[in-house]
Design a protein around this ligand. Structure first.
Ligand code: F6P
Length: 327
């Protein structure tokens, strides 16, 4: 029988995502409801290593559900990936009697949690917070809905001016390793081409269809590109198109970190509240080293090692649909 947790720590780590504050709020208030002591850890694992940890009360999370970013701040902490860093972190938790951890972040953050939980007996529960939506064991991650809607709003605006000028626009969205934002925002804005890291970019086919349009004097075309696409993003793709089609009027927009900020959508606030609540419930039930996910609208637990090893795969049927709908 695992012993019941009494004091939990919560942190946000890796790239921030809109809705992380709603998740922190859910963790703190669920913990307090169960009469646990709750501690906020600043800047992810950095705060754990450097002992930047403070007691949280219900009012610590008042008026944050609607705010983007994270009140606990975030970081990518190299020291925690060294045994000495994890030892320091453990000592800092131990001296406060913290016996359970909720980690809100993406796969890099869960990799850290997995290493830590293999070495020290502090149960860790992961809550997937990443705009990339690239975690195995969940169909939903906190921040994706907001980020993709930010991208859609921006691309809709670009489409207006693109259409007015008959231009080729290449819009780069975030996603170093994952094409979900590109795929969803591209489909939702009627992009002719969507280039993502998960598939090979058929540049010849793109040039061919653009040349065809140029011949018909109707060269207007929207290409949505994930930053981690094979050629290296929108500017690289534009370079190739400009070289091969010197008369084409090509413009590039890189949306960048605008996708990570802003007011979280209703969906992200709900998902974050739900997952934060279940993260604490699962620690109380003695679950260890799992990620709380959602599959088919139901809460689903995946062992952390599986969540970090496997990638959520993009179904190939989507790419077929993109082609058909853009033709
Ligand atoms: O993981 C989220 C993400 O926004 C990726 O889509 C992107 O590649 C990366 O973070 C950017 O990281 P940074 O903010 O460190 O530049």
């Amino acid at each position: 029988m695992s012993k019941k947790v009494t004091r939990i720590g919560v942190l946000t780590s890796g790239g921030d995502s809109p809705g992380m504050n709603a998740a922190i709020r859910a963790v703190v208030r669920t913990g307090l409801y169960h009469e646990l002591e709750v501690f906020g850890i600043m800047r992810g694992y950095q705060g754990m290593v450097e002992d930047d940890i403070f007691r949280m009360e219900s009012r610590s999370v008042a008026n944050i559900i609607q705010r983007g970013g994270t009140i606990l701040k975030t970081a990518r902490c190299k020291e925690f990936f060294e045994p000495e860093g994890r030892r320091k972190a453990y000592e800092n938790l131990r001296k406060r009697g913290i016996d359970g951890l909720v980690i809100i972040g993406g796969d890099g953050s869960f990799r850290g949690a997995q290493k830590f939980s293999n070495e020290y007996d502090i149960p860790c529960v992961g809550v997937p917070g990443t705009i990339d939506r690239d975690m195995a064991g969940t169909e939903v991650t906190i921040g994706f809905d907001t980020a993709v809607n930010t991208a859609v709003q921006a691309i809709d605006k670009i489409r207006d001016t693109m259409d007015a000028h008959d231009r080729v626009f290449i819009v780069e969205v975030m996603g170093r390793d994952a094409g979900y934002i590109a795929l969803h925002s591209g489909i939702a804005t009627g992009a002719e081409n969507i280039l993502i890291p998960e598939t090979k970019t058929d540049i010849e086919a793109i040039i061919e269809s653009l040349t065809e349009k140029e011949k018909r004097k109707k060269l207007v075309n929207l290409i949505v590109v994930a930053e981690g696409e094979e050629f290296g993003g929108a500017n690289e793709v534009a370079k190739v198109i400009r070289e091969r089609m010197p008369n084409a009027d090509v413009r590039v927009t890189v949306l960048g970190h605008i996708q990570r900020g802003g007011t979280p959508s209703c969906e992200d606030r709900l998902v974050a509240s739900h997952m934060g609540y279940y993260a604490v419930e699962s620690l109380l039930l003695g679950r260890k080293n799992v990620m709380v996910g959602v599959i088919n609208n139901k809460i689903h637990y995946t062992p952390l090692d599986k969540a970090v090893k496997e990638k959520h795969k993009i179904g190939q049927e989507w790419m077929k649909i993109v082609k058909i709908l853009a033709s």
